[in-house]
Design a binder for this molecule. Structure first.
Ligand code: CP
Length: 297
């Protein structure tokens, strides 16, 4: 694999290989060493989980890691992003994890760079967050491996969620039994690749095996898309009583960051059905599998 840009680039066999390898890393605990590979983290949007776990994943594989501090980079002196990236590539960086608000920027950079280095999409605009979707799938399949029998519900601002977009692609390729996206009409996706959409929490949550909550992404809302937060909480917050509609052994997932008391009741986020921190943990192993699959030079 030259670049890791979107879920749609991956075949079912490649997805399964990444899952298997990530689980080996998690349970075997001994890792190969790739000291000649160098990862640069270039994050133009804030991140805790993705940035730190790519760094940790690379260090577990004995890779070198550079976290580019954009406050101190030459872009503040007028250099273009493309020139910054070409500069990094010229220094012998082998892997570049990039997060940016522009949709499809990682693909543009991958085209520009060709086989000079491996570009990894760490989240681009509203478009894709493929490593997040992969670690979500890892967390689900560890507990509920037969995807064809699952009902998976996702609640929130689907229209502005790159995670929901990547999950749609992933669940399509993996043939998930039922995928339902629950959102108020203003936040429903304009295009649906897989599954169906409802504004009705009861219909969406009934007998769900997996419930995924999303943060309300205020920073991506246009003025005409803003909803009253109080109204949203009243209708769409995951509460104990709403979660009781799901199956008794249902799992709660959230890509984070969690806004407690907004999209989810705080007690549920910490409760026995919550796998939110397990997702974070699996993120390290999944990103190790991705870094390894990208190979070296
Ligand atoms: N899920 C996710 O992308 O979290 P961060 O923004 O903290 O990386």
């Amino acid at each position: 694999m030259q670049h890791f840009l979107t879920i749609s680039q991956l075949s079912r066999a490649e997805i399964e290989q990444l899952l298997t390898r990530a689980k080996e890393f998690k349970y075997q605990g001994h890792y190969p060493h790739y000291p000649h590979r160098i990862l640069a983290n270039l994050f133009y949007e804030n991140s805790t989980r993705t940035r730190v776990s790519f760094e940790l994943a690379a260090k577990h594989l004995a890779m070198q890691v550079i976290n580019v501090n954009l406050n101190h980079s030459s872009e503040s002196k007028g250099e273009t992003l493309e020139d910054t990236v070409a500069t990094i590539a010229a220094m012998g960086i082998t892997h570049l994890a990039i997060r940016h608000k522009e949709d499809a920027l990682p693909e543009k950079l991958a085209l520009m760079l060709g086989n000079q280095l491996h570009v990894i999409n760490a989240g681009d605009g509203l478009h894709a967050h493929p490593s997040q979707a992969m670690l979500d799938l890892m967390t689900i399949t560890e507990h509920k491996p037969d995807l064809s029998r699952l009902k998976i519900a996702i609640i929130g601002n689907i229209r502005h969620s790159r995670v929901a977009n990547s999950l749609q692609c992933l669940f399509k390729t993996m043939n998930v039994g039922e995928f339902i996206m629950i959102a108020p009409p203003l936040w429903q996706p304009k295009k649906v690749h897989y599954g169906r959409v409802t504004a009705n929490m009861e219909e969406g949550l009934k007998d769900a095996d997996i419930v995924i909550c999303l943060r309300v992404q205020h920073e991506r809302l246009k003025a005409e898309e803003a909803l009253s937060l109080e109204e949203y909480k009243k209708q769409y917050q995951l509460t104990e009583s709403r979660f009781a509609l799901a199956k008794p052994d249902a799992m709660i997932l959230h890509p984070g960051p969690v806004n407690r008391g907004v999209e989810i009741e705080s007690g549920l986020a910490d409760g026995s059905h919550s796998f939110i921190l397990e997702q974070v943990k699996n993120g390290v192993y999944m990103r190790m599998a991705i870094l390894e699959a990208l190979g070296g030079f």
